[in-house]
Write a protein that binds this ligand. Structure first.
Ligand SMILES: Nc1ncnc2c1ncn2[C@@H]1O[C@H](COP(=O)(O)OP(=O)(O)O)[C@@H](O)[C@H]1O
Ligand SMILES: [Mg+2]
Length: 178
Protein backbone atom coordinates (compact mmCIF):
# COMPACT_ATOMS: atom_id res chain seq x y z
CA UNK A 1 0.00 0.00 0.00
CA UNK A 2 1.28 3.51 -0.82
CA UNK A 3 2.05 5.76 2.12
CA UNK A 4 -0.16 8.86 2.33
CA UNK A 5 1.38 11.94 0.69
CA UNK A 6 3.06 14.37 3.08
CA UNK A 7 0.98 17.42 3.99
CA UNK A 8 3.49 19.90 2.63
CA UNK A 9 3.20 18.91 -1.06
CA UNK A 10 1.86 21.72 -3.28
CA UNK A 11 -1.63 21.13 -4.70
CA UNK A 12 -1.81 19.78 -8.28
CA UNK A 13 -3.14 23.07 -9.63
CA UNK A 14 -1.78 25.81 -7.40
CA UNK A 15 -3.48 29.19 -7.89
CA UNK A 16 -1.40 31.13 -10.37
CA UNK A 17 -0.50 34.71 -9.60
CA UNK A 18 2.08 37.39 -10.29
CA UNK A 19 2.38 41.12 -9.93
CA UNK A 20 4.15 43.75 -11.92
CA UNK A 21 4.81 47.43 -11.31
CA UNK A 22 3.67 49.80 -14.06
CA UNK A 23 5.45 53.08 -13.35
CA UNK A 24 3.90 54.96 -16.29
CA UNK A 25 1.10 54.75 -18.88
CA UNK A 26 3.79 53.68 -21.37
CA UNK A 27 4.74 50.72 -19.15
CA UNK A 28 1.09 49.66 -19.08
CA UNK A 29 0.96 49.92 -22.88
CA UNK A 30 4.15 47.83 -23.17
CA UNK A 31 2.67 45.12 -20.98
CA UNK A 32 -0.48 45.16 -23.14
CA UNK A 33 1.55 44.93 -26.36
CA UNK A 34 3.51 42.01 -24.90
CA UNK A 35 0.28 40.22 -24.01
CA UNK A 36 -1.47 40.94 -27.32
CA UNK A 37 0.06 38.15 -29.44
CA UNK A 38 -0.20 35.70 -26.54
CA UNK A 39 -4.01 35.69 -26.46
CA UNK A 40 -6.07 33.23 -28.50
CA UNK A 41 -9.71 32.87 -29.52
CA UNK A 42 -11.57 31.72 -26.41
CA UNK A 43 -9.34 33.68 -24.01
CA UNK A 44 -10.94 36.17 -21.66
CA UNK A 45 -9.26 38.79 -19.50
CA UNK A 46 -11.28 40.14 -16.57
CA UNK A 47 -9.87 43.56 -15.69
CA UNK A 48 -10.62 45.06 -12.29
CA UNK A 49 -9.67 48.38 -10.82
CA UNK A 50 -11.28 51.66 -9.78
CA UNK A 51 -12.33 54.40 -12.20
CA UNK A 52 -9.19 55.90 -13.76
CA UNK A 53 -6.99 52.91 -12.92
CA UNK A 54 -6.06 52.42 -16.57
CA UNK A 55 -8.31 49.53 -17.64
CA UNK A 56 -9.33 51.19 -20.90
CA UNK A 57 -5.78 52.41 -21.50
CA UNK A 58 -4.55 48.82 -21.18
CA UNK A 59 -7.29 47.40 -23.45
CA UNK A 60 -6.73 50.11 -26.07
CA UNK A 61 -2.99 49.35 -26.21
CA UNK A 62 -3.65 45.61 -26.42
CA UNK A 63 -6.24 45.94 -29.21
CA UNK A 64 -4.12 48.41 -31.18
CA UNK A 65 -1.05 46.15 -30.91
CA UNK A 66 -3.06 43.19 -32.14
CA UNK A 67 -4.45 45.25 -35.05
CA UNK A 68 -1.03 46.73 -35.86
CA UNK A 69 0.39 43.21 -36.24
CA UNK A 70 -2.19 42.77 -39.04
CA UNK A 71 -1.34 46.13 -40.62
CA UNK A 72 -4.58 47.65 -39.32
CA UNK A 73 -5.16 50.71 -37.22
CA UNK A 74 -8.35 51.88 -35.50
CA UNK A 75 -9.47 54.22 -32.79
CA UNK A 76 -10.39 52.31 -29.67
CA UNK A 77 -12.99 54.37 -27.79
CA UNK A 78 -14.05 53.43 -24.29
CA UNK A 79 -17.11 51.17 -24.45
CA UNK A 80 -18.51 52.71 -21.28
CA UNK A 81 -21.76 53.80 -23.02
CA UNK A 82 -22.02 51.17 -25.78
CA UNK A 83 -21.03 48.40 -23.28
CA UNK A 84 -19.33 46.46 -26.09
CA UNK A 85 -17.05 47.36 -29.00
CA UNK A 86 -16.07 44.58 -31.37
CA UNK A 87 -12.90 44.58 -33.47
CA UNK A 88 -12.34 42.16 -36.34
CA UNK A 89 -8.69 41.23 -36.05
CA UNK A 90 -7.92 38.65 -38.73
CA UNK A 91 -9.64 35.39 -37.94
CA UNK A 92 -10.32 36.35 -34.34
CA UNK A 93 -12.70 39.01 -33.06
CA UNK A 94 -11.77 41.06 -30.02
CA UNK A 95 -14.64 42.08 -27.74
CA UNK A 96 -13.91 45.09 -25.55
CA UNK A 97 -16.57 45.15 -22.87
CA UNK A 98 -17.27 47.67 -20.09
CA UNK A 99 -20.07 46.58 -17.79
CA UNK A 100 -20.00 49.60 -15.46
CA UNK A 101 -23.32 50.92 -16.77
CA UNK A 102 -25.01 47.56 -17.14
CA UNK A 103 -28.53 47.95 -15.80
CA UNK A 104 -29.44 44.36 -14.98
CA UNK A 105 -29.18 40.66 -15.69
CA UNK A 106 -31.54 41.02 -18.71
CA UNK A 107 -29.14 43.42 -20.39
CA UNK A 108 -26.31 41.03 -19.70
CA UNK A 109 -27.95 38.12 -21.48
CA UNK A 110 -28.69 40.33 -24.52
CA UNK A 111 -25.04 41.15 -25.03
CA UNK A 112 -24.23 37.62 -26.27
CA UNK A 113 -21.18 37.38 -24.09
CA UNK A 114 -21.35 33.62 -23.55
CA UNK A 115 -20.73 32.96 -27.21
CA UNK A 116 -18.02 35.61 -27.32
CA UNK A 117 -16.26 34.02 -24.34
CA UNK A 118 -16.09 30.78 -26.34
CA UNK A 119 -15.07 32.16 -29.72
CA UNK A 120 -13.42 35.58 -29.37
CA UNK A 121 -10.77 37.31 -27.31
CA UNK A 122 -12.72 39.18 -24.62
CA UNK A 123 -11.38 42.04 -22.49
CA UNK A 124 -13.90 42.85 -19.77
CA UNK A 125 -13.84 45.97 -17.60
CA UNK A 126 -15.99 45.85 -14.41
CA UNK A 127 -16.21 42.03 -14.56
CA UNK A 128 -17.83 41.90 -11.10
CA UNK A 129 -21.09 42.67 -12.97
CA UNK A 130 -20.89 39.20 -14.54
CA UNK A 131 -21.52 37.54 -11.19
CA UNK A 132 -21.38 33.80 -11.67
CA UNK A 133 -21.33 34.29 -15.47
CA UNK A 134 -17.59 35.02 -15.50
CA UNK A 135 -15.69 32.29 -17.31
CA UNK A 136 -13.71 30.14 -14.87
CA UNK A 137 -10.87 29.90 -17.38
CA UNK A 138 -10.33 33.67 -17.51
CA UNK A 139 -7.11 35.50 -16.77
CA UNK A 140 -7.77 38.11 -14.09
CA UNK A 141 -5.83 41.35 -13.90
CA UNK A 142 -6.41 44.06 -11.34
CA UNK A 143 -4.91 47.52 -11.67
CA UNK A 144 -4.35 49.45 -8.46
CA UNK A 145 -3.24 53.06 -8.05
CA UNK A 146 0.01 53.60 -6.13
CA UNK A 147 -0.16 56.13 -3.30
CA UNK A 148 1.99 59.19 -3.92
CA UNK A 149 2.65 58.58 -7.65
CA UNK A 150 -0.19 59.46 -9.98
CA UNK A 151 1.45 57.77 -12.98
CA UNK A 152 2.14 54.45 -11.27
CA UNK A 153 -0.05 51.37 -11.04
CA UNK A 154 0.40 47.88 -9.66
CA UNK A 155 -0.97 45.08 -11.84
CA UNK A 156 -1.85 41.78 -10.18
CA UNK A 157 -2.53 38.73 -12.31
CA UNK A 158 -4.38 35.64 -11.16
CA UNK A 159 -5.86 32.60 -12.84
CA UNK A 160 -7.26 29.23 -11.91
CA UNK A 161 -6.70 27.61 -15.29
CA UNK A 162 -3.31 26.06 -16.06
CA UNK A 163 -3.43 27.47 -19.61
CA UNK A 164 -2.07 30.70 -18.07
CA UNK A 165 0.84 29.14 -16.18
CA UNK A 166 3.59 30.03 -18.68
CA UNK A 167 2.33 33.58 -19.17
CA UNK A 168 1.96 34.28 -15.45
CA UNK A 169 5.34 32.67 -14.84
CA UNK A 170 6.90 35.01 -17.44
CA UNK A 171 5.28 38.06 -15.81
CA UNK A 172 6.51 36.95 -12.39
CA UNK A 173 10.05 36.42 -13.62
CA UNK A 174 10.14 39.84 -15.32
CA UNK A 175 11.29 41.09 -11.95
CA UNK A 176 8.01 42.74 -11.11
CA UNK A 177 8.55 45.71 -13.42
CA UNK A 178 7.26 46.32 -16.96
N1 LIG B 1 0.65 53.55 -15.12
C1 LIG B 1 -0.51 53.87 -15.75
N2 LIG B 1 -1.19 52.93 -16.41
C2 LIG B 1 -2.34 53.22 -17.03
N3 LIG B 1 -2.91 54.45 -17.09
C3 LIG B 1 -2.28 55.43 -16.44
C4 LIG B 1 -1.05 55.20 -15.74
N4 LIG B 1 -0.64 56.37 -15.19
C5 LIG B 1 -1.55 57.29 -15.52
N5 LIG B 1 -2.52 56.75 -16.29
C6 LIG B 1 -3.66 57.52 -16.84
O1 LIG B 1 -4.83 57.17 -16.14
C7 LIG B 1 -5.95 57.26 -17.03
C8 LIG B 1 -6.69 55.96 -17.01
O2 LIG B 1 -7.90 56.12 -17.69
P1 LIG B 1 -8.74 54.88 -18.18
O3 LIG B 1 -7.86 53.91 -18.86
O4 LIG B 1 -9.91 55.41 -18.93
O5 LIG B 1 -9.23 54.26 -16.77
P2 LIG B 1 -10.33 53.17 -16.45
O6 LIG B 1 -10.76 52.52 -17.74
O7 LIG B 1 -9.67 52.21 -15.51
O8 LIG B 1 -11.47 53.90 -15.77
C9 LIG B 1 -5.41 57.61 -18.40
O9 LIG B 1 -5.55 58.99 -18.61
C10 LIG B 1 -3.94 57.23 -18.31
O10 LIG B 1 -3.11 58.01 -19.14
MG1 LIG C 1 -12.62 52.21 -18.68
Amino acid sequence: MCPPPPDNLPPDNPPLSAEIALPSPEATARLAAWLAPRLRAGDTMLIDGPIGAGKTHFCRALIQARLAALGQSEDVPSPSYTLVQIYEAGDCAIWHVDLYRLSGAGDLSELGLDEAFATAICLVEWPDRLGRGAPATALRMSLAPVAGDEDARLARFAAGDPRWAALIGAIGSAGGRA
